[in-house]
Unconditional design. Sequence first.
Lengths: 223, 223, 223, 223
Amino acid sequence: MSVPFCNDQSRDRLLVAAVEVFAERGFRDATVRDICAKAEVNPASVNYYFGGKEKLYAESLSFAFAQADQCYPLGEALNSSLPAAQRLTCFIQVFLHKLLDDTVLGHHGKLIAREITDPTSALDGVMATAIAPQFDMLKEVLPCLMGSSWSEQDIYRCILSILGQCLMYKHSRSVIDRVCPEVIASAEEINRTAEHIAKFSLAALNRFKQGAIKSDADEPGGL
Amino acid sequence: MSVPFCNDQSRDRLLVAAVEVFAERGFRDATVRDICAKAEVNPASVNYYFGGKEKLYAESLSFAFAQADQCYPLGEALNSSLPAAQRLTCFIQVFLHKLLDDTVLGHHGKLIAREITDPTSALDGVMATAIAPQFDMLKEVLPCLMGSSWSEQDIYRCILSILGQCLMYKHSRSVIDRVCPEVIASAEEINRTAEHIAKFSLAALNRFKQGAIKSDADEPGGL
Amino acid sequence: MSVPFCNDQSRDRLLVAAVEVFAERGFRDATVRDICAKAEVNPASVNYYFGGKEKLYAESLSFAFAQADQCYPLGEALNSSLPAAQRLTCFIQVFLHKLLDDTVLGHHGKLIAREITDPTSALDGVMATAIAPQFDMLKEVLPCLMGSSWSEQDIYRCILSILGQCLMYKHSRSVIDRVCPEVIASAEEINRTAEHIAKFSLAALNRFKQGAIKSDADEPGGL
Amino acid sequence: MSVPFCNDQSRDRLLVAAVEVFAERGFRDATVRDICAKAEVNPASVNYYFGGKEKLYAESLSFAFAQADQCYPLGEALNSSLPAAQRLTCFIQVFLHKLLDDTVLGHHGKLIAREITDPTSALDGVMATAIAPQFDMLKEVLPCLMGSSWSEQDIYRCILSILGQCLMYKHSRSVIDRVCPEVIASAEEINRTAEHIAKFSLAALNRFKQGAIKSDADEPGGL
DNA sequence: AATGAATGAGCCTTCATTCAT
DNA sequence: GATGAATGAAGGCTCATTCAT
């Protein structure tokens, strides 16, 4: 679509290979030669098609986000006619599975996680198209669950609490693999983990809604 | 203390510089020459004192963890005579401030975050000494807050929910800076954020304790 | 011929330069930079064309042997229809001139001598193609001259006596230059030296043939 | 003796270690650190005692020659009252055993052979003390065996023929090991080889004495 | 006198990029 | 349009040497 009539076979293979290699080895450790070898194209192709290693990286990132969103569409989480709790639960399910997918998406997730933790200028490009929509959706859903008397910052903090719980399983995967790998050992366990996050978050939000909580000192009989 | 009578001035400066440069540029992008230049020592010093770039990296990592723990000791979070809620709240406060410290700790956090997201063999070394103790503490505290009828995996999931909320502000800092930088704009806001996480987590755990929650379908009137 | 359509100009120049520099300075003392400078090619060319310094060395060695054999073909020494004495005399002439050539072959000899005195793994490669044939030829020729009643080891010792006399002028050139440089001062003198070696060897072999010699105690009137 | 009152323990150990390491790895490949490690002395000792790596090498060479001559004294070869043939036979025996000694002398021979094939400025130093005497002895002995009507150059050529046969087993050891290792497989075989060289040489020289030989065309019935 | 700490020059190699075809 | 050959910059590391003690 971007370049109208090209032998995009090479270009596409290059993109796929780049996602894989960049994900596995990081930007610097990935070599243009390896990417080209994996894509079975000429070593000069990267410069020809993308104008350099960095440009290829940026395109790979967008490509990875797009493909991830396509594989795991938010679906009913975006359907504003559904109950907020259901939308949130659905989002967490989809989001977590997207993060932990190691089969279809292959290495997309690693690439994205790497970019978020260690952002390059390419991150700005994907913020608007891939990340912002999720925030927007949650900004719409959360007030229904926690009440409407909260400031925007409080809402953001809740959003971050929810996303943080999910992203933990991606960004700190290395730690989880060493401490408690069972919690994501199978698709079934991942489901349970998603249920946990939803339950945990909804419980907290529900408590927020009851409004009694203003400071952290007033957990009267609760605790 | 380890090596008694060494002019470790150079070695120490090297370590400090290494943390900084590795944090900013990552292992591969960081050059030995740059590190040595910043430490104002001879370019061969890295090999002389540490035996190579990789060894220096591993030491830098340990050093960063150690210094971070020293700057932000868990303190009363480890005091088992205190109420569990207070211990957890304290831990979150300390942990979050440690994660978001940009002044004293400088670049330690970035280095650690990078290593967790993109682990090298050096990670194993710091798991036991720096990360495991935090898990152990939380494994001791959480059952008091969520009841004792839960499986180990459920406890782990709660631990991950709490840590995830905190780490969100470190690992996804780049996203936060772009979406809602206000929530960590000042020490005061960071305090509020820590309070939020504590409140959010205690609320959820309290709900868990009430035991009513078995599936995600029983949020009674709330939704 | 091996690689059909390559701009092997650079590769060839590199090979020629490598022979020269390796011969003059030895493997370790020779620097890739110097070789490339002498060949007027890029410093990275060694790795590009040969895959490293060691590989270049191995190729240089083969190249030197091949070129030496091409410049000084064994010719009639290999012609089994000629008299054995003539074949041996011819071999010694050719071999000695090959060893002492300082003009056409340039530094090939030094390189080979170095490798033989101080062998690397590359030696095995050239043994079969360059050295073994000479042994085979001599194993065919010598029995005609010394009689056929000798053991294989005796024949080998005679071969080594002949080769040793020749190689003396290469391997111990440094000593000869200091003690009696006149014996190889000119092409004419080299010819005389070759004649000497042939005469010396044929005399000894002839004596062997007479069979009277069993121990070193029977030099009748001589002593 | 050279340096009057020194803790020459270190210096001597250094010298012994240097001979070994230089012999095994060559001048450039041998590292000062390895030599010092093997000698169990400080890395700076080489410069302190010898003034640099090169100086140490030169001293090692002299030391090796001296020790070799001491281990294998020419003995009766120098006794001018003995018959010339016996003196020559004796010399060959001693010389060959010295060259092939792998036990007592250890690596001395390798070091010497290396230096002869690939001479450094240190060679001049040992020429006068170690090599020249052997030539002188042979210059005295040979005329008795080959007659006195020969030119000095002819005598030199005969000397070189004899030395060459012996040195073959040192300088081209790598080839012999690959082609016919049996001829030097045991002390007994080495003895046989020495006998062969003596027999071969005496036969040739005896023929020279008969004077009939002027050109290489007059091997009458021999061929 | 003798040493351990520290240095700086230089080496081989890798790699993204360019250029002629 | 697309490629294979070739490049030059830079990186990590080794090592003989020096200097303060």
